[in-house]
Design a protein around this ligand. Structure first.
Ligand SMILES: CC(C)(COP(=O)(O)OP(=O)(O)OC[C@H]1O[C@@H](n2cnc3c(N)ncnc32)[C@H](O)[C@@H]1OP(=O)(O)O)[C@@H](O)C(=O)NCCC(=O)NCCSC(=O)CCCC(=O)O
Ligand SMILES: Cc1cc2nc3c(=O)[nH]c(=O)nc-3n(C[C@H](O)[C@H](O)[C@H](O)COP(=O)(O)OP(=O)(O)OC[C@H]3O[C@@H](n4cnc5c(N)ncnc54)[C@H](O)[C@@H]3O)c2cc1C
Length: 673
């Protein structure tokens, strides 16, 4: 997005935009997945961001905890009302597409800045119904949920267990006499803890509980439980529900707790698309017990896109600010330079710019895999489930971690002002870092990936099980480490280098594992003793996969101008070279010391090239100023005016002498006289 009136724009930003080598709109359309989507997004932005319904009277940072919640709930309900009732909005987007854009972290996060209390309803409750409910159950629930007649959340994590699902303690015991399930939290540690919107917003929840029927436990299953009266919103008998208190970020999302005291629900409130319990209490097995975990797979895919979007915002703010900010002289006597001119600053920002594209290409391919698995024939679905699980775990972990670290690098790149709430970087950083924990803690996700890799590598697949397409290389002959450097250092050569590292690390882990077991160590303990190597293998596999998606994605792009193609090729190369500095390519023999020096020189040259396009590139992300919500990142670069204007809004500045002076400081000053 460019400023409306160019004459008020910061001159350095104008100068940056003047020497752009490519067509920014082409990148905007690419990121929106088509120019039609760009138009749709603009119309929605115009409608919502110019609507006074969604204005904040006071910046949320100055509100109390309860006021913040109330303010964000007001706006999120108004957003849903617009979609359900306003034909103008429906004509723009259609309900489904529009709600998706608002309730994910796109446009909506400009409106509900501090977290959206209704997000989980759309992001997990509805997807859980779609992936877990039978046709009849969908007919009953989806319409009501969609129309906002009921508001739900996804209650899985407990005080005692988040990662280890089989450790959940909440029970759902079937009573064939009444044809009901009895939901119960038997211990303190079984209290549901964390679900977004659970505290004060949701009146229903999908609750994951251990299913007991005919005296046997069948593991975690999903049940719909009504929590609050639909009219008064009072919590129902047997339900203790509330909010868990302030968090690092997204404080208006009323993450909550839930304790169930022998709560009875009808049999048909168990979600029965995959497994069923008959009236008499007989358990009907699903085709795979892992289908119950389908909602998490979907959300892991969504997180890759969300994390990438946050990084786009952070790097837009930091890059524009770095073009406006002048600090120190590069050459004494020549005047202060834009901080973007320092090579060290380019090294902070340009890899983040490249990461935006690596994440986009990888997340899109993952989304295609997700769709082909979930919409394909049942048998193919089951065959591809392990690969989808592993790719979604690995890419979720990588995108969450790369983007969180990237956002923080952008914050640091803004020096002191990046620490100010008005830069919006603290909020972006705290919201993004949560993606490393929720929906599968990152290390736990890496260990899932490693488990699969080792299984494929050591021929541990069950009979009839095929290795997925992304791990076929584990079965192929090892690439030639002595190939000439011009072959090893190409884009595909570097992708190959990651695969070599994966195989070498798996070999190391397997040998260590065998040595330990042969020496008498219990096999699971031996595996834990190898887990650092295994996590390295998983990370190299996903890095190689992301590099491969980036290279293939750029190769396959069609219809772009030569300038745009070149800039994307350079970003791709920069990404590959940035990560090639990992010790793994050197340690496992793909690169020599001389190769590394050569790649580093190429990397530094690319920094200089791409520095010219940095501002135009972040402009091409086309993020509305209201969404950036940043004193440092607005398109016109009026950084210092905005910083000062925002500081004046502090409640402390509404009085020259604060009341607290008379209460505390004056007595101290007096007593020390
Ligand atoms: C870590 C695991 C994957 C382990 O599962 P487990 O059943 O204990 O399994 P195991 O014995 O290690 O493995 C058994 C086997 O099942 C596989 N598997 C596990 N999950 C899946 C899946 N989804 N699809 C397909 N396959 C799956 C595993 O790889 C194992 O395969 P194998 O036996 O090796 O062939 C699981 O417990 C898990 O997913 N934990 C993470 C919990 C989580 O993600 N919670 C999310 C809560 S909701 C949330 O955070 C929302 C935030 C959203 C927001 O605020 O916006
Ligand atoms: C902002 C936010 C929103 C959330 N929203 C929801 C929601 O809507 N619904 C919901 O149900 N939950 C929600 N959660 C909970 C979230 O899904 C869990 O916190 C997450 O899955 C991690 O589980 P845990 O907290 O039990 O961490 P733990 O598993 O206790 O992790 C603690 C440490 O132990 C390590 N560890 C754990 N297991 C292993 C292992 N097997 N091997 C090696 N190391 C291990 C981890 O790596 C980590 O370092 C939310 C959490 C947050 C922060």
């Amino acid at each position: 997005m460019k400023p409306a009136a160019e004459n008020v724009c910061n001159p350095d930003l104008l100068k940056e935009r003047a020497h752009c080598r490519f067509i920014p709109e082409e990148i905007t359309h690419f990121l929106d997945n088509g120019s039609e989507n760009t138009k749709l997004r603009h119309k929605l932005e115009e409608y919502f961001l110019n609507n006074p319904l969604f204005d904040d009277d006071i910046p949320p940072d100055y509100l109390s905890h309860s006021e913040r919640y109330s303010n964000e709930l007001r706006k999120s309900c108004a957003m849903v009302q617009c979609f359900l009732n306003d034909p103008t909005v429906q004509n723009i987007a259609g309900q489904m597409e529009g709600v998706r854009m608002l309730m994910g972290n796109g446009l909506g996060s400009a409106i509900t800045k501090d977290g959206n209390p209704l997000a989980l309803h759309y992001v997990m409750f509805l997807p859980a119904l779609i992936s877990q409910a039978s046709q009849e159950q969908m007919a009953y629930w989806i319409g009501r949920a969609w129309a906002g007649q009921i508001i739900g959340t996804y209650a899985q994590t407990e005080l005692g267990h988040g990662s280890f699902l089989r450790g959940l303690e909440t029970t759902a015991t079937y009573d064939p006499d009444s044809e009901e399930f009895v939901l119960h939290s038997p211990t303190i540690t079984s209290i549901k803890w964390w679900p977004g919107g659970l505290g004060k917003t949701a009146n229903h929840a999908v609750v994951m509980a251990q299913l007991y029927t005919e005296g046997k436990c069948w593991g975690p299953h999903a049940f719909i439980v009504q929590l609050r009266d639909l009219d008064t919103h009072a919590s129902l008998p047997g339900i203790s529900v509330g909010e868990i208190g302030p968090r690092l970020g997204t404080n208006s999302q009323d993450n909550g707790f839930l304790r169930l005291h022998h709560v009875r629900i009808p049999r048909l409130h168990m979600l029965m698309q995959h497994a069923q319990v008959t009236k008499s209490g007989e358990y009907v097995q699903p085709a795979s017990s892992k289908l119950t975990y389908g909602t998490m797979v979907f959300v892991r895919v969504a997180i890759c896109f969300d994390a990438g979007r946050q990084l786009q915002r952070a790097v837009t703010i930091a890059t524009r600010y770095s073009a406006v900010r002048r600090q120190s002289e590069l050459v004494p006597g020549e005047g202060e330079v834009q901080v973007l001119d320092y090579q060290t600053q380019q090294h902070k920002l340009l890899p983040q710019l490249a990461t935006v594209f690596a994440v986009t290409f990888s997340a899109r391919r993952l989304w295609e895999t997700y769709n082909s698995v979930t919409h394909g024939p049942k048998e193919a679905q089951l065959a591809l489930l392990p690969e989808l699980h592993v790719l979604s775990c690995g890419l979720k972990a990588a995108c969450a971690s790369d983007c969180s670290l990237g956002c923080d690098v952008c914050r640091l790149a803004c020096g002191g002002h990046g620490y100010l709430a008005s830069s919006n970087l603290p909020r972006i950083v705290t919201a993004t870092t949560a993606t490393q924990t929720y929906e599968g803690e990152n290390t736990v996700m890496w260990l899932q990936v490693a488990r699969y890799l080792l299984k494929v590598y050591s021929d541990g697949l069950e009979s009839g099980e095929e290795a997925g397409p992304s791990v076929q290389f584990l079965r192929e002959p090892r690439p030639d480490l002595t190939a000439p450097s011009h072959a090893r250092l190409t884009n595909y050569g570097l992708v190959m280098g990651w695969r070599v590292a994966v195989v070498a690390l798996l070999q190391e882990a397997q040998q260590e594992l065998q040595r330990r077991v042969a020496a008498g160590q219990q096999p699971d303990r031996a595996r834990d003793a190898c887990s650092l190597t295994l996590v390295d293998a998983a990370q190299c596999y996903i890095r190689g996969h992301m590099c491969c998606q980036f290279v293939a994605g750029v190769d396959e792009l069609q219809g772009l101008s030569a300038g745009t193609t070149l800039v994307l090729q350079q970003l791709c190369r920069l990404y590959l070279l940035y990560h090639a500095s990992s010790s793994h390519l050197l340690r496992h023999g793909w690169l020599s010391g001389a190769d590394v020096s050569q790649l580093e020189a190429e990397y530094r040259a690319l920094l200089t090239e791409l520095r010219q396009d940095a501002v135009a590139l972040v402009d091409s992300f086309d993020i509305h100023d209201r969404i950036l919500n940043s004193t440092l990142g607005a398109a016109d670069g009026r950084v210092y005016d905005r910083l000062y204007e925002e500081a004046l809004k502090s409640p402390l500045n509404q009085q020259d002498v604060p009341d607290a002076f008379n209460k505390y400081l004056r007595p101290l000053l007096k007593s020390s006289l």
